[in-house]
Design a protein around this ligand. Structure first.
Ligand SMILES: Nc1nc2c(c(=O)[nH]1)N[C@H]1C(S)=C(S)[C@@H](COP(=O)(O)O)O[C@H]1N2
Ligand SMILES: [Mo]
Length: 455
């Protein structure tokens, strides 16, 4: 009896091979030939009295006589000497067996010579922190690795004395470290038009969550003697060629939430994320988190820059545009099971996913496994932090029949994530930004999971 367990990792990885029809067929065929043995083994185990309860018994790996070589034979790594420490001066990397967990460009977007968006592999991640090397990227004019010794940060406008800081000067100041998500306003944009990109990476992968470290902007403004009474807005400007300039309301800065970060997950920011300085604007869409931050100007009105007047506006059903829509509303997505993954058999599965809100903490996540007719409340894993990703989990026994899996988040303000029907009733169909509708994954009878839209 062949005891090889096929397609390990099919649940969480949604490998790229799954994106082609042939790839999916091959994987499913392999899975099925494995599944027959698997079911036979389960029966054998039951007959010999192996103790498993209820649905768990059906889907748990069950060792039997006949023998899995991977348990019977002592592997090389249990017999010999392992490798020494990593080469001196080296930086650690993931296992080679995880090499398909990568940022990727979306098949739903036009491919350009200099790609400007890469998506984080949400379906392969655990917990709430995005590993820095898998953080999504959005560059309007390419990224740079800027020499920190030459980088300068200036505060001017309605201030007593304009001030220029070096990185060292900023790093001497009182620091904060906080976990926050950053979501591009265009995350999930292609789904407005009912373009079904295949995986959670492409539907929702323009979000990431890190522990950022830096100095509250209010501290720096006070040092420059900013007019905090008449100064109602600031302009944040980046040092790359995109002339990225965004208006941030002073109210957010006075709350102490906005900070100038140099740290990301315990080390310096990655170049792709704005090394050596970026603005952190919790809850607000990614575009306002200006990277390569070089200037803050204090002013008394919004600046209506190109990235506020022409881009990042939403065309409404009445023909008018919404402007300055900056908060990322409450949203969630199931990451397993999700598009491109394959369930190998009916039985027990841990449903897991991510929820977030730009207005505070996630209060509750409900999950439906019948296309939205019935909902069960998922477990929120701690920590549940304000304006950070929140992980949810829920027990599920799949009966092997086609079904639709969805999640619906609610935040501490009582806002409930809308269905597509509810969202389109308000926003129409011609928006690009701020799609926070409920995502639906169709689990087919053969175990393949597909992206579908439910009205
Ligand atoms: N200087 C600068 N800041 C920028 C951008 C940019 O192109 N240049 N892109 C913005 C956009 S649209 C988003 S969504 C986020 C992306 O951040 P990330 O690349 O770290 O994921 O950065 C924002 N800040
Ligand atoms: Mo963005």
């Amino acid at each position: 009896m062949n005891q090889e367990r096929p397609v390990q990792g099919s649940l969480r990885k949604a490998p790229e091979s799954f994106l082609s029809r042939d790839g999916i067929r091959q994987v499913v065929a392999e899975a099925k030939s494995g599944r027959r043995d698997f079911i036979r083994n389960a029966f054998a185990a039951a007959a010999t009295g192996a103790a498993f309860h209820g649905a768990m018994a059906e889907s748990n790996p069950v060792p039997t006589e006949g023998g899995d070589p991977n348990i019977l034979n002592l592997p090389e790594h249990s017999k010999g000497l392992g490798q020494g420490v990593a080469p001196d001066g080296s930086y650690g990397k993931p296992s080679k067996y995880e090499s398909d967990v990568q940022r990727r460009q979306s098949p739903g977007l036009t491919q350009t010579t200099q790609a400007s968006v890469s998506f984080a592999p949400l379906q392969s991640l655990f917990g709430i922190v995005t590993p820095s090397g898998l953080h999504f990227e959005r560059h309007h004019q390419g990224w740079w690795d800027i020499d920190p010794s030459k980088h300068r940060f200036m505060i001017n406008g309605m201030v007593k004395s304009p001030k220029v800081f070096t990185l060292d000067e900023i790093m001497r100041l009182p620091a904060v470290s906080r976990f926050h998500f950053i979501e591009c306003g265009a995350n999930t944009a292609v789904e407005w038009g009912n373009v079904a990109v295949p995986t959670a990476q492409y539907t929702h992968g323009m979000i990431s969550c890190s522990e950022f470290t830096g100095v509250p902007l209010i501290t720096l403004l006070e040092m420059a003697g900013a007019d905090l009474k008449n100064g109602k807005f600031v302009l944040a400007e980046g040092a790359d060629g995109s002339s990225m300039t965004r208006t941030i309301p002073m109210s957010l800065i006075k709350s102490g939430e906005v900070f100038v970060a140099y740290g990301q997950n315990g080390e310096m920011l990655r170049p792709e994320q704005g090394y050596p300085l970026r603005l952190i604007v919790p809850g607000v869409q990614g575009v306002s988190w200006v990277k390569y931050l070089r200037r803050i100007e204090v002013g008394d009105k919004p600046y209506a820059t190109k990235d506020e007047a022409i881009h990042y506006i939403d065309l409404q059903p009445d023909g008018l545009e919404r402007q300055y829509t900056s908060i990322q509303e409450c949203k969630s997505v199931v990451t397993t099971p999700s598009g491109g993954q394959v369930l190998l058999d009916k039985g027990f599965y841990n449903i897991t996913g991510l929820a977030w809100s730009g207005r505070g903490k996630v209060k509750k996540v409900d999950v439906s496994v019948d296309g939205g007719r019935n909902w069960r409340t998922a477990r929120l894993e701690t920590p549940v932090l304000s304006k950070a990703l929140t992980r949810f989990n829920l027990d599920w026994v799949w009966d092997g029949k086609p079904t639709i899996v969805q999640s619906r988040a609610m935040d501490e303000t009582g806002f409930v994530q809308p269905t597509y029907k509810q969202l389109r009733a308000v926003r129409g169909t011609r928006s690009i930004y701020h799609n926070n509708a409920i995502q639906s994954w169709l689990v087919q009878e053969n175990g393949e999971v597909k992206n579908v839209q439910v009205a």
